[in-house]
Design a protein around this ligand. Structure first.
Ligand code: URA
Length: 211
């Protein structure tokens, strides 16, 4: 059911000409993950070069780093997370998407969340966060990350956490206590602990010899 609904949205998204990015894209980058098992929707910014080439989100350097952090936290990219972007087509030179581009794409983002109905939403970086929450000037990513908040999408409330974008971690290598990478580890551990560690799920995984 989820798959067929998502397929309809994907087709509409793939033929979308709603903003100027449609003209320069090679591929619409719709989503990655298993909609039947994913309990978390993770929202990034926009496709980069690699994503635009192959039509899958988070496959470039930032995506590979995100994969490493997820795996280390015991979160399965394939089963636990449905990955999407705020904007589905690549902005030139990987610039931040404009308000116009974000608003042209917002209906697809909302439809994806509506169909998946995740247990929680993970907002990866400022662009994803600002699509749902108005920030005042004092609220930097460093201040809001790691805190649970409620995000309302199409009238439904979801627990949501903001995490650092992996591109930021590519520029920050320190593993010292309190460093962005250490905070990313903490945030993913909290997400795993709160939403992906319940007994029934772990038992089912064991019975299926998945762990
Ligand atoms: N790749 C994506 O798909 N999204 C991002 O936000 C960054 C890299």
């Amino acid at each position: 059911m989820k798959k067929s609904c998502l397929e309809i949205v994907r087709q509409k998204c793939e033929s979308c000409m709603g903003c100027a990015l449609a003209k320069s894209r090679n591929n619409v980058v719709f989503a990655d993950g298993n909609p039947s098992t994913a309990r978390i929707v993770l929202i990034g910014e926009a496709p980069g070069e690699m994503e635009d080439e192959c039509g899958r989100p988070f496959v470039g350097r930032a995506g590979q780093l995100l994969d490493e952090f997820l795996a280390e936290a015991g979160i399965s990219r394939e089963n636990d997370v449905y990955m999407i972007n705020t904007v589905k087509c690549r902005p030139p030179e990987n610039r931040v998407p404009t308000d116009e581009e974000k608003s042209a794409c917002h209906k697809f983002l909302v439809a994806q969340i509506d169909i998946i109905k995740p247990d929680a939403i993970v907002l990866c970086g400022a662009t994803a966060l600002k699509s749902f929450v108005e920030l005042d000037k004092k609220q930097t990513i460093s201040k809001v990350r790691g805190k649970w908040m409620t995000v309302t999408v199409d009238g439904v409330e979801y627990p949501a956490m903001t995490i650092f974008h992996p591109s930021y971690l590519l520029r920050n290598h320190s593993m010292e206590e309190g460093s962005p990478r250490r905070l990313m580890q903490q945030d993913l551990a909290e997400i795993k602990n709160r939403f992906l560690s319940d007994k029934i799920f772990v038992t089912a995984q064991k019975e299926l010899a998945l762990v």
